[in-house]
Ligand binder design. Sequence first.
Ligand SMILES: Cc1ncc(COP(=O)(O)O)c(C=O)c1O
Length: 379
Amino acid sequence: MNKPIYLDYNATTPIAPEVIEAMRPFIEEHFGNPSSSHWFGAEPKRAVEKAREQVAYLLQCASEEIIFTSGGTESNNHAIKGIALAMKDRGNHIITCAIEHPAVLEVCRALVEFGFETTVLPVNNEGLVNPDDVKTAIRAETVLITIMHANNEVGTIQPIAEIGEIARKHDIVMHTDAAQSVGKIPTQVDPLFVDLLSIAGHKLYAPKGVGALYVREPVNPVRFCHGAGQERGRRAGTENVALIVGLGRACESAAINLEQHSVEMRMLRDRLYDTLLHNVPELKRNGHPELTLPNTLNISFKGIEADKLLEKIADTVAISAGAACHSDTVHISHVLKAMAVEEEWAKGTLRFSVGRMTTTEQIDSAAEVVITAVKKLRG
Ligand SMILES: Cc1ncc(COP(=O)(O)O)c(C=O)c1O
């Protein structure tokens, strides 16, 4: 059986061939501990520092401002808990938004149990946070604003620079979860006015289980993991050298090819959207039409149940649903709910996300399969 066409790059990406090649010597040969002062430690140590420079180059920051982590979830935990604890004597209020990934929302929720208060800002129908709402939510006790750069389900890109400027004016720390934007759109930290930024390796053709956190000097979150002094004392534990090398190489590719990949992905995404739009009645695109990731297409098919549609196409196309129906109940994603997508549309929502390995032929085949399945389900 042929493998289905993969259009779920926002869930995870394959590892790029050049990333595998860069990692190989650190799996097969250079096994040493980067902390060892003897010969075996030298090459792993050099490789980790090179990777740090590659990540820093993509974000246009200093390499000392990069901490390697186990992924987007850890980076978000480190940033949010670390700042909350470091600033607890100054205040206990955190501002976030309703369509954050659980790796932010659940961290904020957990902090409430330790006496912190959170304001969860609403978004409009296109998934955008209003910077005026941020201004209104600020209190004397506000110590952190954490708003995602781009949303994983609908692709909407938030006005992070504007929100970051507001934060800086009020002397509040600004964090952004950039797990979905790094490698797809520019993520230089200075123009974004952010103090902390989270990266997830497996969204940009590096392996799973590695990520990074940018921490602007002299911002100082409480250390995430106590132990030996790795990562300049901020995150103890022997470095996973091969994965870190992979992340570094993936960031190098992203920096070189960002514009070209973005144009190619947008072309494929738009081709898919146009084909669906011209062949399927009662279809609606969710998210902002322009302020959106170049690879993401979130579509609601009115009156259809997303998991029935996924079932029909499962052999040929791999995509994600925005809702799940279990017997009589429909579980609509918190993102679509926050955007006030009506239930009869929301329950038939699919997320298509294209990537570097997607071809025009795949897009055309996938569109055909989806069109046929929708027609069948609508009878
Ligand atoms: C926006 C966003 N943040 C955080 C994460 C979590 O990253 P990781 O899987 O590396 O822990 C994801 C992954 O889906 C994501 O899309």
